[in-house]
Design a protein around this ligand. Structure first.
Ligand SMILES: [Zn+2]
Length: 206
């Protein structure tokens, strides 16, 4: 009897989960893992006197505060200047029903290149949707080139089972954009727009 009950319970659970997935309406996520790119011995991009690893951490702490104020559970993959492997970063975002946001600043040999872009794992429908929604916000209030949501085979996105994106928040090799990235107001607006993108994405899941 007990076995039967368990079988029925499992069947019902499966049906509910299947229907939710079929309707495209997964449970809205509650947890966000923020991943400040690079750190410690890995400075990331260095441009115009700026270290990518420092900017990503500052941005992550700003985003953490905004998300916590909205009631999200938030975890960072690092909160000081230390090296963390891609495997360890992905291991923090081990829950499939959480969202993983990796933060980076960009570089290009052509110093005229500027703009913001958001990557997702190719073939991930949820990742593409999340990237498009967040990039849609970032392309608004921040007047710079909108380089769009883009599929990219990035290892950290491959490793995490969470719905993941990697945001390149501006080119440190471009003098104009590096000056903006260096300014606290710029990083605050980036954090606010990422928050608004995440809220819009969560709303679309209901
Ligand atoms: Zn980077």
């Amino acid at each position: 009897m007990r076995r039967c009950f368990r079988a029925v319970y499992c069947a019902v659970s499966f049906a509910v989960a299947f229907c939710a997935a079929a309707a495209g309406g997964a449970e809205p996520f509650r947890k966000v893992v923020i991943d400040p790119g690079h750190g410690g011995k890995d400075p990331g991009t260095i441009g115009h006197g700026l270290f990518e690893k420092s900017l990503t951490l500052d941005l992550a702490l700003r985003l953490e505060k905004l998300l916590a104020d909205e009631g999200f559970s938030v975890e960072l993959t690092r909160r000081e200047d230390r090296f963390v492997s891609l495997e360890d970063r992905a291991a923090v975002a081990k829950d499939a029903d959480s969202v993983f946001v990796s933060l980076h600043f960009n570089a290009h040999p052509d110093r005229s290149i500027a703009g913001i872009e958001t990557f997702y794992w190719p073939g991930s429908d949820a990742g593409r949707e999340l990237a498009a929604t967040v990039q849609g916000r970032l392309g608004g209030r921040l007047v710079t080139r909108n380089r769009g949501p883009r599929p990219q085979r990035l290892k950290v996105l491959e490793l995490t089972p969470a719905t993941g994106i990697l945001i390149e928040c501006g080119f440190l090799t471009n003098r104009w954009e590096a000056q903006r990235c260096a300014a606290p107001w710029y990083r605050q607006i980036v954090a606010e727009e990422i928050l608004l993108g995440l809220l819009r994405y969560r709303e679309s899941m209901k």
